[in-house]
Ligand binder design. Structure first.
Ligand code: FAD
Ligand code: GLY
Length: 374
């Protein structure tokens, strides 16, 4: 029989969990203090880029990202069908640039291990590279080409997810003030201002960069911190960019609406989402070194979002030991859009008592308790 589930947070993670759980026959209520997608999820560049975002090697986090990338073709199609809304999903492939011969060895090394994990990539130089992306600066020496990576238009994807949730019957309560967990051990009871109560069998915490606020409630360490990403967009329909382009200093993604999205800073600024001249100027200086045509253009849009970062860089996904009624799904840092389908599957499998297809031990929300005890 379906269970009743309360989800805290209407970002991409909360909405994806809500969609998956309601689709499996549960009754989901999602509580959001502002508007769905109004925080990190609506600010994201939308890149689905596990190879380019994981430079170190094939660790558990990379494998999780790769599992999620592989879920995307079916997942995005389902969201479009159910929501009756469309959004950009472009299998563009990506280029990771090198400017110096000293960096070539690193590209070759990454290609070696990434090939063992499904990449059909190659290191490209000279005419071959400039045929692929003609507007690139001729200062670029080489690039690691990864055809498997893709991107979505994040604000539209999140809006479609919200609409899909509503159409299958998720009870979305947004603009709630003073959301407070009243009971979570023997049953789930959440209260908001005006003495509105929401009860359920299970609670799923998806409150992104704000998750640490619940550490006291659950009497556990939840080391999640906001890291601001400042980002901007140029109108560039006269200068089409075909691939996602990464450098050690940032990335540029050409969207099908003719904009070129360029990100992003990593600032420690608390919960401040202001955009600063310093942050955007640094991006602009690098953007010119990638695409010289940007010398003549100014970004028409600048914005910022708060990535939920964690102490060890891995998200927290899974139940807590103090109550099997509580599952946490937070801390997706730079990859929450990419990780949304796999997180939804893991959370729903956990609540359904199904052995997860992906190993989640490395993402246990309890791992910081263990390190405290050592
Ligand atoms: P959020 O979207 O922040 O949602 C959390 C929600 O919880 C918010 O709506 C908030 O109002 C709500 N909330 C807060 N407190 C409570 C409470 N007490 N009760 C209930 N609800 C609460 N990822 C990618 O995969 N690819 C990218 O290209 C990419 N680019 C990015 C670019 C930038 C500039 C930024 C900032 C992020 C980017 N990310 C990207 C990362 C991605 O945006 C995040 O990992 C993801 O959005 C996190 O989703 P979330 O649902 O956990 O958080
Ligand atoms: N994944 C891109 C970013 O977080 O800026």
């Amino acid at each position: 029989m379906g269970k009743s589930i309360v989800i805290l947070g209407g970002g991409v993670i909360g909405l994806s969990c809500a969609f998956e759980l309601q689709s499996r026959g549960h009754r989901v209520t999602l509580l959001e203090p502002a508007s769905c997608g109004g925080q990190a999820s609506g600010a994201a560049a939308g890149m689905l880029a596990p190879y380019s975002e994981n430079l170190e090697g094939p660790d558990d986090f990379f494998r999780l990202c790769l599992d999620s990338l592989r879920l995307y073709p079916q997942w995005q199609q389902t969201i479009k069908q159910i929501s009756k809304q469309t959004f950009e999903y472009t299998p563009s492939g990506s280029l990771y640039l090198a400017y110096h011969s000293a960096d070539l060895l690193a590209l070759e090394g990454r290609l070696l291990w990434q090939r063992q994990f499904g990449s059909s990539g190659s290191v490209m130089t000279g005419d071959e590279l400039f045929r692929l992306e003609p507007l690139l600066s001729r200062d670029v020496l080489a690039a690691l080409y990864t055809p498997e990576e893709s991107h979505v238009y994040a604000p539209h994807y999140v809006s479609a997810l919200e609409q899909a949730c509503r159409l299958i019957g998720v009870n979305i309560q947004d603009r709630l003030e003073q959301i407070e967990i009243v009971e979570w051990k023997h049953e789930v009871l959440v209260r908001s201002a005006g003495r509105h109560y929401f009860n359920g069998d299970y609670l799923v915490v998806c409150s992104g960069a704000w998750a640490q606020e619940l550490a006291q409630t659950f009497d556990m360490n939840i080391p999640v911190y906001p890291i601001r990403g400042q980002i901007c967009a140029y109108e560039s329909s006269k200068h089409p960019v075909k691939h996602m382009v990464f450098s050690s200093q940032g990335y540029l993604v050409g969207k099908e609406n003719g904009t070129l999205v360029c990100g992003a800073s990593e600032d420690v600024a608390g919960f401040d989402t202001s955009v600063t001249a310093k942050g955007i100027d640094r991006l602009k200086r690098w953007n010119h070194r990638v695409f010289p045509f940007l010398n003549d253009l100014e970004p028409f849009h600048r914005w910022a979002g708060l990535r939920p970062s964690t102490q060890d860089g891995f998200p927290l996904i899974g139940p807590i030991s103090k109550s099997s009624r509580v599952t946490i799904a937070v801390g997706h840092y730079r990859n929450g859009i990419l990780l949304s389908p796999v997180t939804a599957m893991l959370v729903a499998d956990g609540i359904d008592g199904i052995q997860a297809a992906t190993s989640i031990e490395a993402f246990s929300p309890e791992r910081f308790e263990r390190s405290l005890r050592i």
